[in-house]
Design a protein around this ligand. Structure first.
Ligand SMILES: [Zn+2]
Length: 321
């Protein structure tokens, strides 16, 4: 039976601190007041009641690993810059655009690929280990869930750690392509000005003119990150597979996503059709707030519980299931 919808409002109690995290990590986490204990108790209750939890995660989960998102108010790329992500059609159509994309991606790769899962990724992995979490769908392409050891995982928009050939469909490791870039561009260098959610960086167009991009080793085709660019759509078989996993689940938890992109939002619509209970943990409004019985505005990771100590929200919940 569906519980009454409860939307929790934030408040900052006197003496409580705003959310904090280790220095250098929180640059891309939006400002957020402390989440009150009652919200966390309700969230804990929600997770405890679920037997086969379907979890969908987004960029808000990875900002605490130091990866910026696109949409967060004030700190997302849309707010800070006039840069927008690569469009699929432009990548396929224009050799110059591919050269620019790969040059930036080459510069950003060492930093982007070094990011590590945070406490929230690890907590979700433990939920899976304990049989609480049935399936995890992420909209992130940063491989942090697989780095955390998540097994029942669908990377809805692909993964920037893999490369695909548009000619033969072959999949290869992005790390291998980095070696080919280095071999082809021994004297090329550029200063990176910040790494985007897909591993892109900001460098001037004139810097990329001499960057050499290799073709597929097998067929000579065009290489593209195995990532769904804007303007492209998610593979139909993948969408159906995720719908099937949703049908096997009994509750849905959204973590760190505003669900603005339809490819993820559609699963919330399906959950609504199935009358499944939905809870959302995210800073700021989401497209699916009207479908949730519980909405907690808070960071995915470290959330203060009282004046003296901080506990990790998802880790804390994991301890109680
Ligand atoms: Zn090929």
């Amino acid at each position: 039976m569906r519980l009454p919808r409860r939307i929790l409002t934030l408040h900052t109690a006197p003496g409580r601190r705003a959310s904090s995290a280790p220095a250098g990590v929180v640059n891309f986490v939006p400002a957020c007041s402390t989440t009150d204990l009652h919200s966390l108790e309700l969230l804990q209750d929600f997770v405890t009641r679920a037997r086969r939890l379907f979890v969908i995660t987004g960029a808000g989960l990875s900002t605490e690993s130091g990866i910026p998102d696109y949409r967060s108010e004030g700190v997302g790329l849309y707010a800070r810059t006039d840069r927008r992500p690569m469009q699929h059609a432009e990548f396929v159509r224009s050799a110059k655009s591919r050269q620019r994309y790969w040059a930036r991606n080459f510069v950003g790769w060492p930093q982007f690929s070094s990011h590590q899962p945070n406490s929230a990724h690890k907590a979700l992995q433990r939920w899976e280990e304990r049989g609480k979490l049935h399936w995890l769908v992420t909209q992130n392409v940063d491989a942090l869930h697989s780095k955390a050891g998540q097994k029942g995982l669908t990377e809805l928009h692909g993964c920037a750690h893999r490369v695909m050939c548009l000619g033969c469909g072959g999949i290869s490791a992005r790390a291998e392509l980095q070696k080919r870039f280095l071999a082809l561009n021994p004297d090329w260098s550029a200063q990176a000005g910040g790494v985007a959610p897909d591993g892109d960086v900001f460098i001037e167009d004139e810097q990329v003119l001499h960057f050499r991009v290799p073709p597929c080793e097998a067929c000579g085709g065009i290489l593209k990150p195995e990532v769904t660019f804007f303007g492209d759509s998610v593979n139909k078989a993948t969408v159906q597979f995720v719908h099937d996993r949703l049908a096997e689940s009994d509750a849905v938890l959204v973590v760190g996503s505003s669900l603005q992109v339809y490819s993820g939002y559609r699963f919330l619509l399906a959950a609504g059709d199935r009358k499944m209970p939905v809870a959302i943990l995210n800073i700021g409004p989401t497209r699916a707030d009207h479908l949730a019985e519980l909405k907690v505005s808070g960071r995915c990771g470290e959330i203060p519980t009282d004046n003296r100590q901080h506990t990790d929200c998802l880790s804390g919940l994991a301890g109680s299931i």
